[in-house]
Design a protein around this ligand. Structure first.
Ligand SMILES: [Zn+2]
Length: 269
């Protein structure tokens, strides 16, 4: 790793796993890359568990996050320290905050309630939504409508789900802004999400996510062996072996070097 460089004080990044399955190898690499990049720029690391999707979240998945972070010896400065702390740190404590953001986006005149079905959406690649919902003036109805935000040229992202929970894009940019996160390190599978989130952030008054520096690292392959996928559920807890540690550390070192180089270039230091 290169010599740590001092940036402007107060750079903050975050670990933001979604505990909807056991931690997989892709998560381990991501955690290590974040930790390495944070050291490069002397950034504080916050921990946030993206647990808004309550039907998919389980206590044992949350336990697993703390288990592997401890094993990887990754320090973090704020956020929950254990599963017991989640009562205080859960995103469900912040529903009012997300609702306010939804209302602020509604005030832009670009949001609307969409009644289109999952089947319609699966076949859709155009602009807006598959139906005429933008002009439909539908009322929000739990289980039947989702709130979407119109963005030119792409299918409109959901900001509020039909099960009456805020959507990932919304919670992510609100939490990053409120957490004063200005450095985000995530897998390249989220590159298109980053673009969408920047666009939403520009429209949300006071939101600063679009100013954050975002680095995307590749998804994992190493030494001829493909690590477990970064998407999809891990069926059982990983066995935390020396071999696994060596493998993920090796991959993370490579990705960190390129992320650090990118960061150094962008910061003109
Ligand atoms: Zn629609």
């Amino acid at each position: 790793m290169s010599t740590p460089v001092s940036y402007a004080r107060g750079v903050r990044t975050r670990l933001a796993p979604t505990p909807s399955g056991f931690v997989h190898e892709g998560n381990l690499v991501n955690f290590l890359v974040i930790s390495h990049v944070a050291q490069t720029c002397d950034a504080a690391v916050a921990l946030r568990l993206d647990d808004i999707d309550r039907p998919r979240i389980r206590g044992e998945y949350i336990d697993d996050v703390f288990r592997v972070l401890t094993w990887l010896e990754i320090p973090w400065t704020d956020g929950p320290r254990s599963t017991a702390d989640m009562a205080q740190w859960t995103q469900h404590q912040r529903l009012d905050r997300y609702q306010r953001a939804r209302e602020e986006l509604w005030m832009t005149g670009l949001a609307y309630h969409c009644t289109c079905s999952r089947t319609q959406w699966n076949a859709f690649t155009g602009d807006s939504c598959p139906g005429e919902c933008r002009q439909g003036n539908h009322a929000f109805q739990v289980g039947r409508t989702a709130t979407r935000l119109h963005l030119d040229g792409i299918p409109d992202p959901i900001i509020w789900r039909r099960d009456d929970l805020p959507a990932y894009h919304l919670t992510s940019i609100v939490d990053d802004c409120d957490g004063r996160i200005d450095l985000v390190v995530r897998g390249e599978d989220l590159a298109s999400s980053t673009d969408v989130q920047r666009r939403i952030s520009h429209l949300l008054p006071g939101n600063t996510f679009h100013q954050a520096h975002v680095l995307h690292h590749p998804l994992v392959t190493s030494k001829g062996r493909k690590l477990s996928k970064s998407a999809g559920a891990q069926a059982s807890p990983l066995t935390l072996s020396h071999e696994l540690r060596a493998t993920v550390s090796d991959v993370a070192a490579t990705y960190s070097a390129s992320a650090q180089a990118d960061l150094l270039r962008s910061r003109e230091c």
